[in-house]
Design a protein around this ligand. Structure first.
Ligand code: FAD
Length: 494
C-alpha cells in the first residue's frame, strides 16, 4: 500500500467513489486538503483547532467530537458553530458569507474541448467524462499516437531522493493513480504489468532516505535490491541497485485508447488547431484557414510542446497582462525495438520479466504480433527531427550494455542492428521538471487550462494530472496534497 505521510487518493466504482486518506500530524495535515464536508468527526477538538475545522466546513456541516476543553465551546460559537445540548455535536451556521472555491456551486456548463489525444489529453478527457462532461478531443494526427504517447512501451516508475523531495512525492502519487486506472481499464500482462522494476544506481545516484525518514511504508514502494534480483537483471552482487515494488511497464497507446473509449468523449482526428478565440464565454478552436472546428466554455491544451503556439494565437482585447509563457524544452528521444527470437539464446531465456532502468532502460517479453524488447532512449535537447538515426541505435546498445553488464558482450557483438527498428518523438519538459496543470491567472483567459510538461514521466504522471485538472474545475477535493498541487499549477507561468 505504501501509505507514507501525505494525501493519498483511492478510487472505486469507475471513479464514482473516491477515498482520500490524509496521513500526518494534526492540525498540519489539514492544510493539505480543502474540502467543504457534510460532516466531520474528530476525537479531540483541541488537537485540530476550531479554526482548522471551520475551514473544512460549509453551511450546514455537522461536527461531532468526543473530547473538548471548556474553552473550545466559546471558540466554536464565535467561529460560527451552533452547539446542541449534548455538547458533542454542532452545526456550522455562520451569519456571514463563507468564501472558498470549494464552497461555490460547480459550473452549470459541462462541455469541454481537449486539444491533443496523447496520455495527457486522454487522461483529462476521461476524468472529465466520468464526471458527466461532454468532451471533444481534437488531434492533428491521422491516428492516435502522433506524439510522444506513440511510444511502444514505457516504464511506470517511482522516483527516490535522499530528502524525499517533491518530485519523488508527486511521482508516487502519479504512479498510484496510473496503477488504479490501469487496473480498471487495461489487461494485466498484455497492456501493462505491475511487474516491479530494478533500478541500477549509477555513481551512487538515487539514494533512499535514511533511517526513520524511510519507514516500512516507504520500503513497500522502493527498497534495496536483493542479490538474486540484481543477478536476474544482469548486474553483479556488488552493484548498487534499488527494487521498486509498485512499478512496471505500460503500453501508452493501450491506455490512451481505453481512456478515450467513453460515451461522453468524441474523438476527432486530423484536426490541427491553429487559432484560439474567446467569444461569448466560449473558447473557439479554428484551423489555419480560420474554419471553426469546435467551441466550448472549457478548453484544455494537452498538446505538449505546441501548447505555447496556441496560447500565442490568442488576441486579448486589452494589454492588462502579458500572455502566459511556458518555458518549454523539447527533448527528442529514440528507442530501439527488436524481436526476442533474434536475441542470443541465453538472453532470450534469462532476460527478466521486470524492466530494468538507470541510465536508459530495458523492457522485454512485450507481446504484439511476436514477443519483442524495447531499449532506450536517447535525449537530445531542442532537436525536433523525428527521423530515426543509426547513431542513436548504436548509443542505445551501448547504454543497454552498461545497464546490464553481464550481457555486455552479447549486446554489443551479437545483436544485429539491421534487425531492429526505431521510434522517435519529442518530450516536452519545463525548467522545474514538473508538469503545468490547470488555469492561468491572466484575467482574459477564464476557461482556458493546460495539461502539459510531462517530460519523460507521462506514464507516471498523466492520470494524476487529469484527475487534478478535473478536481479543480469541478471544485472537488484535490487528489493530492495541496502544497504539491500548487507546485504543478499552470499559473506559475502567468
Ligand atoms: C523516446 C521516449 C521514451 C519515453 N519513455 C517513457 C517512459 O519509459 N516512461 C514514461 O513515463 N514516459 C516516457 N516518455 C515520455 C512520454 O511518452 C510523454 O511524457 C507523454 O507521452 C507525453 O504525453 P502528452 O499527451 O503530453 O504529449 P503527446 O503524446 O506528444 O501528445 C500531444 C498530442 O497533441 C497533438 N497536437 C499537437 N499540436 C496540436 C494541434 N495544434 N492541434 C491538434 N493536435 C495537436 C499531437 O498530435 C499529439 O498527439 C518517453 C518519451 C519518449 C519520446
Amino acid at each position: 500500500m505504501g501509505l507514507l505521510p501525505g494525501v493519498h487518493r483511492f478510487v472505486f466504482e469507475q471513479g464514482q467513489i473516491q477515498l482520500t486518506l490524509c496521513i500526518g500530524d494534526t492540525p498540519q495535515i489539514a492544510k493539505e486538503i480543502d474540502i467543504a464536508s457534510h460532516s466531520i468527526c474528530v476525537d479531540h477538538i483541541d488537537t485540530w483547532g476550531v479554526k482548522t475545522l471551520a475551514r473544512l466546513c460549509k453551511p450546514g456541516t455537522h461536527l461531532q467530537w468526543h473530547n473538548a476543553s471548556s474553552d473550545c465551546m466559546a471558540e466554536l460559537q464565535s467561529a460560527g458553530f451552533q452547539i446542541d445540548s449534548s455538547k458533542q455535536n454542532a452545526c456550522y451556521q455562520p451569519p456571514w458569507q463563507v468564501k472558498s472555491a470549494m464552497r461555490q456551486p460547480p459550473e452549470l456548463f459541462k462541455n469541454a474541448i481537449v486539444v491533443g489525444a496523447g496520455l495527457a489529453g486522454s487522461a483529462v478527457a476521461h476524468s472529465l467524462a466520468t464526471r458527466g462532461w461532454k468532451v471533444q478531443v481534437l488531434d492533428q494526427g491521422e491516428t492516435l499516437g502522433a506524439g510522444a504517447s506513440g511510444l511502444p512501451a514505457g516504464i511506470l516508475a517511482t522516483h527516490v531522493s535522499p530528502d524525499n523531495n517533491v518530485l519523488s512525492r508527486i511521482t508516487r502519487d502519479g504512479v498510484r493513480a496510473t496503477i488504479q486506472r490501469a487496473q480498471a481499464l487495461l489487461d494485466h500482462g498484455l497492456d501493462w504489468s505491475l511487474s516491479s522494476l530494478l533500478e541500477h544506481r549509477y555513481a551512487g545516484k538515487r539514494e533512499l532516505p535514511k533511517g526513520h525518514r524511510w519507514p516500512e511504508a516507504g520500503h513497500e514502494w522502493s527498497t534495496q535490491a536483493t542479490t538474486p534480483q540484481k543477478l536476474a537483471a544482469g548486474l553483479t552482487e556488488q552493484t548498487a541497485a534499488l527494487w521498486h515494488n509498485l512499478a512496471g511497464w505500460l503500453q501508452p497507446q493501450s491506455l490512451v485508447k481505453a481512456q478515450l473509449k467513453h460515451h461522453n468523449i468524441e474523438l476527432l482526428t486530423e484536426q490541427k488547431v491553429a487559432q484560439l478565440h474567446a467569444h461569448n464565454q466560449q473558447w473557439q478552436c479554428s484551423d489555419a484557414q480560420g474554419k471553426l472546428i469546435a467551441q466550448a466554455p472549457l478548453l484544455v491544451l494537452a498538446n505538449a510542446y505546441d501548447a505555447q503556439a496556441l496560447i500565442d494565437s490568442i488576441k486579448p482585447s486589452t494589454q492588462v497582462a502579458p500572455l502566459p509563457h511556458l518555458p518549454a524544452t523539447a527533448l527528442r528521444g529514440q528507442v530501439s525495438i527488436g524481436p526476442m527470437r533474434l536475441l542470443p539464446p541465453n538472453m532470450q531465456q534469462s532476460l527478466p520479466h521486470f524492466p530494468v532502468n538507470g541510465h536508459g532502460s530495458l523492457i522485454c517479453h512485450q507481446q504484439c504480433q511476436e514477443p519483442y524488447w524495447v531499449v532506450g532512449s536517447s535525449f537530445q535537447r531542442n532537436d525536433f527531427d523525428l527521423q530515426t538515426r543509426h547513431e542513436d541505435q548504436v548509443s542505445n546498445m551501448q547504454q543497454w550494455a552498461e545497464l546490464m553488464p553481464a550481457w555486455k558482450d552479447e549486446i554489443l557483438n551479437q545483436i544485429d542492428l539491421e534487425q531492429t527498428t526505431a521510434w522517435a518523438a519529442i518530450r516536452m519538459a519545463l525548467p522545474d521538471r514538473l508538469p503545468a496543470v490547470g488555469a492561468f491567472s491572466h484575467p482574459e483567459l477564464k476557461g482556458l487550462t493546460v495539461c502539459t510538461g510531462l517530460g519523460a514521466r507521462g506514464i507516471s504522471w498523466s492520470v494524476l494530472c487529469g484527475e487534478l485538472l478535473a478536481a479543480q474545475v469541478n471544485h472537488e477535493p484535490l487528489p493530492m496534497a495541496a502544497s504539491l498541487a500548487k507546485l504543478m499549477a499552470a499559473n506559475r507561468f502567468g
